[in-house]
Design a protein around this ligand. Structure first.
Ligand code: FAD
Length: 534
């Protein structure tokens, strides 16, 4: 801690000098054996792209963008910074789908991981036959000890991992709702979705990582080997190294998915059903989430259009009557020949649930259609110019013991009073025992076996995002006043005090120790504002 107090002001005082250093960077890079200076880009378009993200709220311009084509390029760049008298900051940018500038590097260098992605997925012409070359960045293996797994470049998109592994009839088990995110980006947070209650977050399904640390060293790590780096990097917000490869567990992929939504008006009944389903040994659900439907919002949204048009009016009048409805969303995977058995299982399962009679909806879709369910909504919004608007999101983990208080204080009060909510609001439980506390990802300290993920996935206009931010602040204030011991997911803070509170004393101590060990010159992911708070 003392070291930190001494070092941070020194680092801050070097910012002006960093700009000078950046102007000499191409020359320095050209002196390296790899001669990678051509991969450093300073054209205004590239800089502008790197100073924006999905949130569209923070805009920090880097001095340059770096487009590596090999992992060695990344190591060379980091080493240059590490060995220089004035280190420059470096941020890996996956898809830039953060919402608060986390993948930005003001006056530093943004490593555009897309450069590496282009090493695969090319068309090649051989003997006049056009073939799609296998993606070099995604390779499937089998091993009698660990079973099937895939080695994936940190720059790869989950959608490509899905398609490539399906070629072998296999797939990862833990996902995010949206698949156009990079493996490195989601593993730096946790990677959660409706599968998390059963399989844990994506970070719980990684066997091994290749990482280029903040010293420019290339390290392979796992639970057994270099475990401190392994645990640090998973959920580590990009602070300890750039993930260049992840080894991810695979299982046999199903072909079809029975996807069900059930409506509730009573939050207690809704959460009781959610909890009993995730704890049940019999239900064997593959996916469980929950959505809050507000009287002011549309009942279908970009996250998925599900309810049949003919039922919209019926659902809308129910929402108007209750002001808030809760929608349980579950899915079970299957293969064609088991459909009859599955239907019987579902019938039994649903009979035990206390949803509003008559408000049962079901869809039968392919596995890809289910996992990639958000894409069509995205494309629609893109075509309407509504995808690149500000996104003042708030994502939280709430202890189960306080979820009823959260409902009355937030869903039934703050949200109703302000009446501005647009976009999906998610609430679903997960099991603590599927998370590994040695990893950097942080969940509530509560004793409860279950905690809830709550996500306010707002879209706003350029002129009114502050009203959404004010709502987010009010929600956090309510939780603080009511002593609800929440944790932020996809966290963002502006002071180190807040980061310390976020991690808690024990985890913060090991986070800082790991930072000193793996990125002692505070080079990596400055946009998280943990160690470089300016
Ligand atoms: P970026 O925004 O580019 O980077 C995020 C952070 O990770 C930065 O600090 C960056 O420097 C660092 N980083 C990037 N690549 C690497 C790397 N290879 N090695 C080390 N550090 C790296 N999250 C969920 O968990 N579940 C969801 O269902 C979900 N749905 C989403 C839906 C949408 C539409 C959007 C926009 C986001 C969603 N997210 C979800 C959040 C998402 O997982 C995070 O924002 C994630 O960081 C985005 O990945 P990215 O590739 O865009 O990362």
């Amino acid at each position: 801690i003392i070291l930190l107090i001494i070092t941070i002001p020194r680092l801050i005082s070097t910012v002006g000098k960093t700009e000078q250093w950046i102007s000499s960077l191409p020359t320095e890079l050209s002196k390296t054996n790899n001669n990678i200076s051509g991969k450093l880009i300073t054209d205004p378009k590239a800089l502008e792209e790197a100073s924006n993200d999905y949130g569209n709220l923070v805009h920090d311009s880097p001095a340059a963008v770096f487009r590596p084509t090999t992992v060695n390029d990344i190591a060379t760049l980091i080493k240059l910074s590490f060995n220089s008298s004035v280190p420059f900051r470096i941020a890996a940018r996956g898809q830039g789908h953060s919402t608060r500038g986390q993948a930005m590097a003001r006056d530093g260098v943004v490593v555009d991981m897309k450069g590496l992605r282009e090493r695969g997925d090319r068309e090649v012409v051989k003997n006049n036959i056009r073939m799609k070359k296998a993606n070099d960045g995604i390779k499937v293996f089998g091993d009698s000890k660990v079973g099937y797994y895939v080695d994936v470049g940190g720059e790869q998109l989950w959608i490509d991992v899905l398609y490539e592994t399906l070629e072998y009839g296999l797939a990862p088990v833990s996902w995010t709702d949206y698949l156009y995110l990079t493996v490195g980006g989601t593993l730096s947070n946790a990677g959660i979705s409706g599968q998390t209650f059963r399989y844990g977050p994506q970070i719980s399904n990684v066997h091994q990582l290749d990482v280029v640390t903040g010293k420019g060293e290339f390290v392979t790590c796992s639970k057994q080997k270099n475990s401190e780096l392994f645990h640090g990097v998973l959920g580590g917000l990009g602070q300890f190294g750039i993930i260049t490869r992840a080894r991810i567990a695979l299982e046999a992929a199903p072909r079809r998915v029975k996807w069900i939504r059930l409506l509730y008006s009573d939050f207690e009944v809704f959460t009781k059903d959610q909890e009993s389903l995730i704890l049940s040994k019999n239900s064997k659900l593959d996916y469980l989430e929950g959505i809050v439907l507000m009287h002011q919002g549309p009942i279908n949204n970009w996250r998925s259009s599900f309810f049949p048009l003919t039922d919209h009016q019926r659902i809308l009048s129910l929402v108007t009557q209750h002001r808030v409805l809760y929608c349980l969303e579950i899915a079970k995977y299957y293969d064609h020949h088991y459909e009859n058995t599955l239907n019987k299982e579902i019938q039994t399962l649903v009979q035990g649930l206390n949803y509003i009679p008559g408000f049962y909806y079901e869809k039968n879709v392919s596995f890809v259609e289910f996992l990639n369910r958000v894409r069509s909504g995205e494309l629609k919004l893109q075509s309407q110019g509504l995808w690149d608007v500000p996104h003042p999101w708030l994502n939280m983990f709430i202890p189960k013991s306080r979820i009823m208080d959260f409902n009355s204080g937030v869903f039934n009060n703050i949200i109703q009073k302000r009446n501005i909510t647009t976009g999906p609001v998610l609430v679903y439980p997960m099991n603590r025992n599927k998370w590994d506390n040695k990893m950097s990802a942080t969940i509530p300290d509560d004793e409860d076996e279950i905690f809830y993920a709550v996500g306010f996935l707002h879209s706003s206009g350029f002129d009114n995002w502050k009203a959404f931010d004010a709502q987010n602040i009010e929600i956090l204030k309510y939780c603080n006043d009511a002593e609800i011991k929440y944790k932020l997911y996809l966290p963002h803070y502006s002071t180190q005090e807040e980061w310390r509170n976020h991690f808690g004393p024990k985890k913060w101590k090991s986070f800082v120790q790991r930072k000193y060990k793996f990125d002692p010159r505070m080079i990596l992911s400055p946009g998280q504002r943990i160690f470089n708070n300016n």
